[in-house]
Each structure stands twice: as structure tokens, then as C-alpha cells.
Write a protein of this length. Structure first.
Length: 562
């Protein structure tokens, strides 16, 4: 059983008192004005997870009240993301636009009850009349319009008799309220824009605050769970439902997810795309769910991350190292091990027979013997990493050097005998080595030991590939804290992407499919890119390095606490 966080404690108490007849019905209500990010994943896991835990239901509802910013592209991407994370709304797919007629009827009811009025103030004038946190607002000059006049004007607004922005429908609450959200908020605005579902049927559109709570009520939601920025909106949420005397869900707020080295604002993510700082919403550096999927994150790792960070009522920033740790935990168990050389250096083994090829055994994953083994070709000409050779090795460099012997993983010991350089640049372009036939499998029969083990690929059998090495999109840890303190884009990391065009990978990767995960020995976790890979030139994205920062943090914390 999960720990009893404050949301589960509330639900437990509701069930104990038979509130809502023992039902638990949640919803995930995204606005289709952008792609979902990792913060939304926390809400998805929470809402769908609670419904499953309490044998309840969870709806997917698109709060599509702003036709200017909403597109079907976003609707489809959100549905794909939720399914990929492992959740299913079954037959409960809804849109706020499904309720436009009902919402209008509710608005007419509030007008008839003297709880709403048509206002002719402009948007700037409404802001000026609202007052400040220290000063109360003042009533609109149109606050005292009669019920009959308001009803007539609202109908004419709907019929398209007035210009865009010339009138609004506002709730009549309290312009002196200490909560600015209660100072006669706008319910409807005149806006001639084609809606992605209703077309041009409507020229007035409900605001989010007006549509949201009533949509929850219509759907029979019991627990309306949202992020902490909506806490000040809760009195308005409740006021509308109380005035209408309809089913009243309970709004509960939790702290949104802030993640180090990134931003979690859809507006800022859109800017990154539109200004060309990234290639698209699903760029593998983006914190969007589609970007993480393309990067190679697994749905299991994201669900585990969301579970581990828990729920709180206070804002905080989670170290991105924890997200990466959850990914490594999953891939370490499930990703096959393969060999890939990212910066190739040619090696010729002089005493190995020309034209001869051996097929050597290689385990697929030592963490899971059931994954079996594969055959890899070994030949006279190989590639190793450039960084695995030093002509003048420093102290504690245990890899290949002139006259030094190293182990080739799954293969033989080899010794460097000769170095060939480019006569123009002096760059090392080739090594000539010898091998020891008695060390097949990478172990010496006479018991001698070598300290360096290198990965490699057979030159005539390897597959050319492009590899993309990703780093954090932002170079400063607390980028999210700089939202309004200047141009947050100055924190963009110019080294967030390095593309290697001349990589060579072992031939088993010819069978890789987009999204397949691998551990490239000694180099990290990679997946085949789902967008740019071709049969002729596969593209692999580095999902994560092998270095687990979070594991070291946890180890240090445990040591300190003990």
C-alpha cells in the first residue's frame, strides 16, 4: 500500500463517510495548446493512478476554451503521450466544448439570479477597476444593469451583434474581496475565431475559470485534483457551483513539478520551438513527454520517477539526476549490451590471418541471463575508440599505448606494436598490433592480467551510424527560478547537443527498430531515433550516461544519516 499522502488521506476519509456514495472519479484536464511535459506526467500518473487504486474512474477531458491557441495536433499528441505512459481513459474522452451549450444555459441562470452581468469595459479598464492586493477594486459602471437588460445583451452577444472585445459577461461577486479572482471575473468574451471542434458556431467563448468547475460537475467528478497555482481560484470554483446548486466536486491542490536544468512552462517551451533553439516539440532535449520518449526514456522509468517524488503542498525543485537515475535503473535491467565506437581509430592485427572471421560469443545482459547471447564478428581489422589510445600515456592510464597489452571485450589480448600518423597533421590514424591466440574470450590461460578492457567493432562488418550526445538544455541548475528575473534564454546550454557523424556500431544493430534501447558498452544508454534514422544511416540518441549522480547523492545521504 502507498504511503498515506494528504490526497489519499482525504479520499480515505471521504470513503469512510460514504461521501459521493463511495465513488472516486478523477480527471486529467489538459488544455490542447501545446505538448505535454514531465510535469503533466506527474498529474497523469496521479489522476489515473488514484482511480485505479480506488477502483474508480478517470476521464480525459480537453479544456478547449481558447480557439486561438488550440489545435488538433496537440489533442492527438496528448492522447498518444497518455497511452504511451500506460494509461487508458476507455470510453471517457470529453471536451469542454461538448458542454458549450450547457455552460451557456448555466450562464443564463446566473444572469436570471442577478449573479452575472454584461460589462462594456475594455480589458485594460477591467484590470484598472480590479484594484491591487493592497487596494480594493471598484464596481463596473455597468454593475447595476437590470436582469432583463443583461439577459438581452448576453443573447445578442451570442448572436454576434457586437464587435470582438466590446463586451464581456462577468460574475457579480465582490470587488472588495481580498482574493483578486473573486473581483467579478470574466465568464465570457466575444471572440470570432474558428474552434477546432465547433468551427464557427460560437462567437463567444467561456473562460477557463468558468468552464472548468462546471465541466467537472457535469461529468460527476468527485475529486478535482490540480496544481498549487489554482489554490487561489478554489473559492471561485466553489462559488460558481454553489450558485448553480449542482453536483460539487472537491478541488484539491498539490505542488507542481519543477525540475532542475529546464523550464516547465508551455509558453517558454513554445518559444524554444518557434525561435529555433530546438528543432521541435519532440526534440530529444525538451522536457516534453514526446521529447523524453524520443530521447529513449521508458514509460516505466517516468512512472517510477513520479511515484518517488511524492506529493507535497509546498513548491520545490527536483534534481534531474533522480529522473535519470530512474531511467538507468530500468535500462540496466532491460537494455541489451552492444558495442559501438563513437570516434573510430583503425587497428590492424598483423598476426591475425587475412580474410579470416571468427564469430565470438557475447552476453546480451549480465543482469538478466534469460536475455541470452549473440554472435559478434572478429577480424584482422578493427575499430577502437580514439580516447582508448595514448602515445605518451599519463599516470593511471590503463588503456592501449605503445608496447602495452589490453583486453578486447569478448575477444583477445592485443599489444600495440606500431603507430601510423598523418604526415600533414600528425594525427594518429592507425595502429598496428599483435594478438595472443591463447587469450580467446578475453582471458589468459597463463594467468597474466591486464588492467584495461576495451570495446571494439570489426571494421568490415560494422555499420556506419550517427550518434547524438545530449546534455542538459540549460546550463544553470535553477533556471526555473529565473522565470521573471531576466531573459531566461541566456541560460541555454550551447553544448546541449553534439552530433558525431562517423561512428561505427556492431552488425547486430542492423535489426534495431525506432525506440529500441541499448547500452553501448562504456558509453552509456542509447536508443534508435524515431525521427531521422534510415536503413542506410541509423541515428542513435544517447539517453543517459553510465555515471549515476543520484546514486552517489543517495549513498552520501545514507552515510551522513547513519
Amino acid at each position: 500500500m502507498k504511503d498515506r499522502d494528504f490526497i489519499r488521506t482525504i479520499i480515505d476519509q471521504d470513503l469512510k463517510t460514504n461521501k459521493n456514495q463511495g465513488r472516486v472519479h478523477t480527471r486529467f484536464p489538459p488544455e490542447p495548446n501545446g505538448y505535454l511535459h514531465i510535469g503533466h506526467a506527474k498529474s497523469i500518473c496521479l489522476n489515473f493512478g488514484l482511480a485505479a487504486e480506488y477502483q474508480g474512474l478517470c476521464n480525459l477531458r480537453f479544456d478547449d476554451t481558447n480557439p486561438i491557441k488550440e489545435e488538433m495536433e496537440y489533442v492527438e499528441s496528448i492522447k498518444e503521450d497518455i497511452r504511451w505512459l500506460g494509461f487508458d481513459w476507455e470510453d471517457r474522452l470529453f471536451f469542454a466544448s461538448d458542454y458549450f451549450e450547457k455552460l451557456y444555459e448555466y450562464a443564463v441562470q446566473l444572469v436570471q439570479k442577478g449573479k452575472a452581468y454584461v460589462c462594456d469595459l475594455s480589458a485594460d479598464e477591467i484590470r484598472a477597476y480590479r484594484g491591487t492586493l493592497k487596494e480594493p477594486g471598484k464596481n463596473s459602471p455597468y454593475w447595476n444593469r437590470s436582469v432583463e437588460e443583461n439577459a438581452d445583451l448576453l443573447e445578442r452577444m451570442r448572436n454576434g451583434e457586437f464587435p470582438d472585445g466590446s463586451r464581456t459577461l462577468r460574475a457579480k461577486i465582490d470587488m472588495a474581496s481580498p482574493n483578486l479572482n473573486m473581483r467579478d471575473p470574466v465568464m465570457y468574451r466575444i471572440l470570432r475565431a474558428t474552434h477546432h471542434r465547433t468551427g464557427d458556431k460560437w462567437c463567444i467563448y467561456p473562460t477557463y475559470d468558468w468552464a472548468h468547475g462546471q465541466s467537472d460537475s457535469i461529468e460527476g467528478i468527485t475529486h478535482s485534483i490540480c496544481t498549487l497555482e489554482f489554490e487561489d481560484h478554489r473559492p471561485l470554483y466553489n462559488w460558481f457551483l454553489e450558485q448553480l446548486e449542482v453536483h460539487h466536486p472537491q478541488q484539491i491542490e498539490f505542488a507542481r513539478l519543477n525540475l532542475s536544468y529546464t523550464v516547465m512552462s508551455k509558453r517558454k517551451l513554445l518559444q524554444l520551438v518557434e525561435e529555433g533553439h530546438v528543432s521541435s516539440w519532440n526534440d530529444a532535449r525538451m522536457p516534453t513527454i514526446s521529447g523524453l520518449r524520443r530521447r529513449g526514456y521508458t514509460p516505466e522509468s517516468i512512472r517510477n520517477f513520479c511515484d518517488r517524488i511524492g506529493l507535497a503542498k509546498r513548491e520545490s525543485t527536483v534534481d534531474i539526476a533522480l529522473l535519470e537515475h530512474c531511467l538507468r535503473e530500468d535500462l540496466n535491467k532491460n537494455a541489451p549490451r552492444v558495442m559501438a565506437v563513437l570516434r573510430p581509430l583503425k587497428v590492424i592485427i598483423d598476426n591475425y590471418p587475412e580474410g579470416h572471421v571468427e564469430m565470438l560469443d557475447a552476453e546480451n545482459n549480465p543482469e538478466d541471463p534469460s536475455m541470452g547471447s549473440r554472435k559478434i564478428p572478429f577480424s584482422r581489422e578493427l575499430y577502437i575508440e580514439q580516447d582508448d589510445f595514448r602515445e605518451d600515456p599519463p599516470r593511471k592510464f590503463f588503456r592501449l599505448a605503445p608496447g602495452r597489452e589490453v583486453r578486447l571485450k569478448h575477444a583477445y589480448y592485443i599489444k600495440c606494436e606500431e603507430v601510423t600518423k598523418d604526415p600533414q597533421t600528425g594525427e594518429i590514424i592507425q595502429l598496428r598490433c599483435t594478438y595472443d591466440l591463447e587469450t580467446k574470450g578475453g582471458w589468459s590461460k597463463d594467468g597474466r592480467m591486464v588492467r584495461g578492457t576495451l570495446h571494439w567493432v570489426s571494421l568490415p562488418h560494422s555499420i556506419p551510424a550517427e550518434v547524438r550526445l545530449y546534455d542538459h538544455l540549460f546550463s544553470r541548475e535553477n533556471t526555473a527560478d529565473e522565470e521573471e528575473g531576466g531573459d531566461w534564454r541566456t541560460a541555454l546550454n550551447p553544448k546541449s547537443l553534439e552530433i558525431l557523424h562517423s561512428c561505427q556500431v556492431e552488425p547486430s544493430l542492423a535489426d534495431a527498430r525506432p525506440g529500441d534501447w541499448y547500452q553501448f558498452l562504456r558509453k552509456g544508454y542509447f536508443c534508435l531515433d524515431s525521427g531521422d534514422s534510415t536503413l542506410e544511416k541509423p541515428v542513435f540518441n544517447r539517453t543517459a550516461t553510465l555515471r549515476d549522480t543520484w546514486a552517489k547523492i543517495e549513498k552520501a545521504q545514507k552515510k551522513k544519516s547513519s
